[in-house]
Design a protein around this ligand. Structure first.
Ligand SMILES: C[S@@+](CC[C@H](N)C(=O)[O-])C[C@H]1O[C@@H](n2cnc3c(N)ncnc32)[C@H](O)[C@@H]1O
Length: 290
């Protein structure tokens, strides 16, 4: 099969951090993976739409297994899109949800008709798009495929309004104020990012980690963090993937042209204040100008 083209910092089929993540999914945890609280929030969005309109046509960006197998109304149809063959091979949606489909495609050019989806769901997708232009390109594509009465629900990864320094993060680590290695890794990526526009290359996070003087054995002895969990950071070595973490304000500025925000929920887990699930409906400035 011809590989979908990528034009910026999103992963191509080879050399992406997602090849490694596909192989070690069970060792990843929130905030990278959605929690049961996040899943209830996605279910609520789908349930409310279905109660008003009937069985929805759902597009999922990515193959997040927790979303594929979540509760959906009977007769809902799900099609998942991902650019990475390893993720499609390891998590074929039809295995978890018989009748669902998976298509290898770039989210910015979805191979489906305009207005053909009632609901679009995704978990952490925007972080890999480039900011702000990539966010706007994805928003335009979502707006294109979404029906007029449709709804999107995405969990975003956002940095705090006041950026945290890497020194403050290490101090928190040393003081036992961090609950999991996943949280630590995420905060490190956000702290090392100079600006949402520049983003942060995951290889840079690995580089910092390998020179930080923090010994994995120390973390295991002090906090009981499993060596295999700590080793998930090795997936960042020499990878070209770049994450972009805007603030909530920067995100809203990028999306308000095409969408109105109809809900914003912050989950209760550690770092949940940086991972809101936001519901978006067609509207916004461009719509009002029509
Ligand atoms: C959904 S996202 C974020 C991780 C998420 N929290 C999860 O649960 O999977 C991860 C997926 O995005 C895919 N991806 C990244 N950029 C893409 C793009 N431009 N088009 C299609 N898939 C993309 C990667 O291949 C990976 O499988």
């Amino acid at each position: 099969m011809k590989e979908p083209m990528t034009t910026d910092n999103s992963p191509c089929a080879h050399g992406s951090v997602w090849n490694s993540h596909a192989a070690q999914w069970a060792r990843l945890g929130p905030p990278l993976r959605p929690s049961s609280e996040d899943i209830s929030a996605y279910e609520d969005v789908v349930g409310r739409w279905a109660a008003a309109h009937g069985p929805p046509r759902i597009a999922l960006l990515g193959v997040t297994p927790e979303i594929v197998e979540m509760h959906m109304p009977q007769d809902a149809h799900l099609v998942a899109f991902d650019i990475n063959q390893a993720m499609l091979d390891v998590f074929p949606p039809a295995l978890l949800r018989p009748g669902s489909e998976a298509i290898r495609a770039d989210w910015r050019r979805l191979p489906i008709d305009g207005g053909s989806r009632d609901i679009v769901l995704g978990d952490g997708c925007f972080a890999m798009m480039g900011f702000p232009e990539g966010f706007r390109i994805l928003a335009r594509e979502l707006r294109r495929v979404l029906a007029e009465n449709g709804v999107c629900a995405f969990r975003f990864y956002l940095r705090p309004e006041t950026a945290e320094s890497i020194e403050a993060l290490v101090a928190d680590l040393r003081a036992g104020r961090i609950g999991s290695f996943h949280t630590f890794k995420f905060r490190a990526a956000m702290a090392l990012q100079e600006s949402a526009e520049k983003g942060i290359a995951v290889s840079r996070v690995f580089e910092w980690w390998s020179h930080s003087g923090i010994e994995p054995e120390e973390l295991t002895a002090q906090y009981g963090w499993q060596p295999e969990t700590i080793a998930t950071i090795n997936a960042y070595r020499e990878r070209s993937d770049v994450y972009n973490f805007p603030t909530l304000g920067e995100l809203r500025d990028a999306l308000r042209e095409l969408f109105v925000e109809t809900d914003c929920r912050f989950p209760g887990y550690e770092l949940g204040e940086r991972c809101p699930l936001i519901e978006l409906r067609p509207g916004g400035r461009a719509e009002r100008r029509r």
